[in-house]
Every structure is written in structure tokens, then in C-alpha cells.
Design a protein around this ligand. Structure first.
Ligand SMILES: NC(=O)c1ccc[n+]([C@@H]2O[C@H](COP(=O)([O-])OP(=O)(O)OC[C@H]3O[C@@H](n4cnc5c(N)ncnc54)[C@H](O)[C@@H]3O)[C@@H](O)[C@H]2O)c1
Length: 294
């Protein structure tokens, strides 16, 4: 397959590109605007070949996106380009609406026009895979809010949407746009909603790398509120494998939740990192600071 990956210079997108170039014979067209979160070095040069093309293009630029479709003739789209940091979305929601909502609309509309003009044999094989977050479902309940001895209820594909930040609201909007392009125009789409990822090339402002880097620099470790928020965690390369499985399974119109069944309170994630750092870098003093924004 020829796969157009948007956001392929970001944390998860680059894991998808590395996975495709290493474990398949697929070609990749990596479309990325290279915002502060994009880094071309996350695709090592030894993986560059005639199966890899990089296009520095903004997904909101309709003319450039149309050119990319016509020039490269992809069989599938894996759409990961987004503004992705919750705290940034609280400080400046405009960029999130622009990229996550307007950008997804621009990409969808270009994909629809391209797909409608494909010959029948290629048309029936095309798929638009939208990569989203489980944050569209809102927050997992605090254990104290649950009846005694009951298990933590997990999100399912039918959990009602209840986004709680400008980031998750913009991702929820993009999910709705993708579903509507399928229902209205018949564009073959599939959506995946994943929990928190961790792993190589994670941008330093996110919780796990931020805590590690602060600890190694001898700085205090920031924990938002009392650290009791619960999130599920998944290794980024496992997410990339799941995404590649989904794009090839061509289950048009489906939604798949992807997770690690690894629910942890933020404070416990920070404590686990501290335990590992005690082992790996025993001479640093670790101070956890509550009620800070990361
Ligand atoms: N990080 C997570 O834990 C997580 C979990 C579930 C789902 N997701 C979703 O996965 C996708 C990728 O997340 P990530 O953590 O890799 O994000 P990221 O912020 O690390 O990377 C985003 C990439 O998109 C690019 N980009 C941003 N705006 C663009 C635009 N207008 N045009 C073209 N490229 C643009 C950036 O340059 C960057 O390379 C996002 O859609 C996110 O919502 C992330």
C-alpha cells in the first residue's frame, strides 16, 4: 500500500512511520507542517528510501493537500496531525480548533474528492483512518466515587462523548466530522480512540519525559492537583502496531478503542518513575511538588 500519514514527524506518527518502513513493504508519504512538536529526526536516515517521501505541508492548506493527493495517489490515509497537549489547549484553544477541526475538515474534503475520482477497483480499497483519543469520553471516575468493591468502569466504543478540555473537545469534533463524511458521502473511514501513550521521541513537556528530565536535573517533580486523576497507559510502539493492523483490516465505519488495561493514578506514574530512577540514577534527590501545572 501507499499510505499518506499526517503528523508523521510527531510522537505517535513517527512510531507509525518507523513501524511501516521496518515491518512492511508499504510506501509512506509523511505530511507534516513541522510545528514545535514535529521533529524529522524521529525518522532515522537509515529508514529513508524510495519508499519514504516527506512533504512539509499544513493540513489546513487545501491547495497543497489536494496537490499531495493527486501527486502521490495514496491507497490509504492515516490522520495523526493534531495539536495534542491539553495544557496548551487551555492557554490557547484557537490553534486546536484550527488544526484539529478545520484541518481535519480540509483533509476529509480533499480525500473525498480524490476518492470519488478513483477507478472502481482502487475506490473500493481506499480507507481514511482517523486517529483520536479516549479523552473524548471524558474522565475515568475517581475510585472514591465508586461503590465499595466495584471495578473501575472502562471506556467502550459506545461510551457517550463528554470531552472536558478544549483539546478533547476539538478531537471529539473531528471524530464527528469523520463519521459524517462517511454517512453523507460514503467516504470509507475508520476511527480509533487510544489512551495515553509513552515511549521514545515523546515531546519533553508531556508527563513522563517531563518528570524524568526534571528528576535528572535535580528539580522538583510537578504533579497536577493531588495526582489522583486516573489514565490508562500504552507503549507507543504497541499503539503503532495496532494502528497498522486497523488500517489494513478495512473495517469501514467501525470505531476501535485501543488501550493497555494499565490504569494508573498520575501520582503512581510519578512514583514508579522515581523508583526506577532510584535504581538507575541513585544519587539524585527526588522531590514531588503537588498542585502544579505540567
Ligand atoms: N499522545 C497521546 O498519548 C495520544 C493518545 C491518543 C491519541 N492521540 C492522538 O494521536 C495523534 C498524534 O499524537 P502525538 O502525541 O503524536 O502528537 P504530537 O503533538 O507529538 O505530534 C503532532 C504532529 O502533527 C504535526 N502537525 C501539527 N499541526 C499540523 C498541521 N496543521 N498540519 C500538518 N501537521 C501538523 C506536528 O508537526 C507533529 O509532528 C493526535 O491526533 C492525538 O490526538 C495521542
Amino acid at each position: 500500500m501507499k499510505i499518506l500519514v499526517t503528523g508523521g514527524a510527531g510522537f505517535i506518527g513517527s512510531a507509525v512511520v518507523r513501524h511501516l518502513l521496518t515491518n512492511s513493504l508499504d510506501s509512506v508519504i509523511n505530511v507534516d507542517a513541522l510545528t514545535y512538536a514535529g521533529n524529522t529526526e524521529s525518522i532515522p536516515t537509515e529508514l529513508h528510501s524510495d519508499r519514504y517521501i516527506f512533504e512539509q505541508v499544513d493540513i489546513c492548506d487545501a491547495a497543497q493537500i489536494k496537490r499531495v493527493f493527486n501527486e502521490h495517489q495514496p491507497d490509504a490515509v492515516m490522520h495523526l496531525a493534531a495539536e495534542s497537549h491539553v495544557d496548551r489547549s487551555i492557554d490557547g484553544p484557537g490553534a486546536f480548533i484550527h488544526t484539529n477541526v478545520v484541518g481535519t475538515y480540509t483533509l476529509l474534503d480533499a480525500a473525498r474528492e480524490y476518492w470519488q475520482n478513483l477507478p472502481e477497483t482502487r475506490k473500493s480499497q481506499f480507507i481514511f483512518h482517523h486517529i483520536s483519543t479516549d479523552e473524548v469520553y471524558g474522565d475515568l471516575p475517581h475510585p472514591d466515587e465508586l461503590p465499595a468493591n466495584s471495578e473501575l468502569p472502562l471506556f467502550t466504543e459506545t461510551t457517550p462523548y463528554a470531552p472536558s478540555s478544549p483539546y478533547s473537545a476539538s478531537k471529539a469534533s473531528s471524530d464527528h466530522l469523520v463519521r459524517s463524511w462517511q454517512r453523507t458521502y460514503g467516504l470509507p473511514t475508520v476511527i480509533t480512540n487510544c489512551s495515553n501513550n509513552y515511549g521514545p521521541y515523546h515531546f519533553p513537556e508531556k508527563l513522563v519525559p517531563h518528570v524524568i528530565l526534571n528528576a535528572l536535573a535535580g528539580k522538583s517533580l510537578p504533579v497536577y492537583g493531588d495526582g489522583s486523576q486516573i489514565r490508562d497507559w500504552l507503549f507507543v510502539e504497541d499503539h503503532a502496531r495496532a494502528l497498522c493492523l486497523v488500517v489494513k483490516s478495512k473495517r469501514v465505519g467501525e470505531t476501535f478503542n485501543i488501550g493497555g488495561h494499565n490504569e494508573k493514578r498520575n501520582l503512581d506514574v510519578v512514583r514508579t518513575i522515581c523508583e526506577l530512577l532510584d535504581e538507575l540514577a541513585p544519587n539524585i534527590e527526588l522531590i514531588i511538588l503537588h498542585n502544579t501545572q505540567i
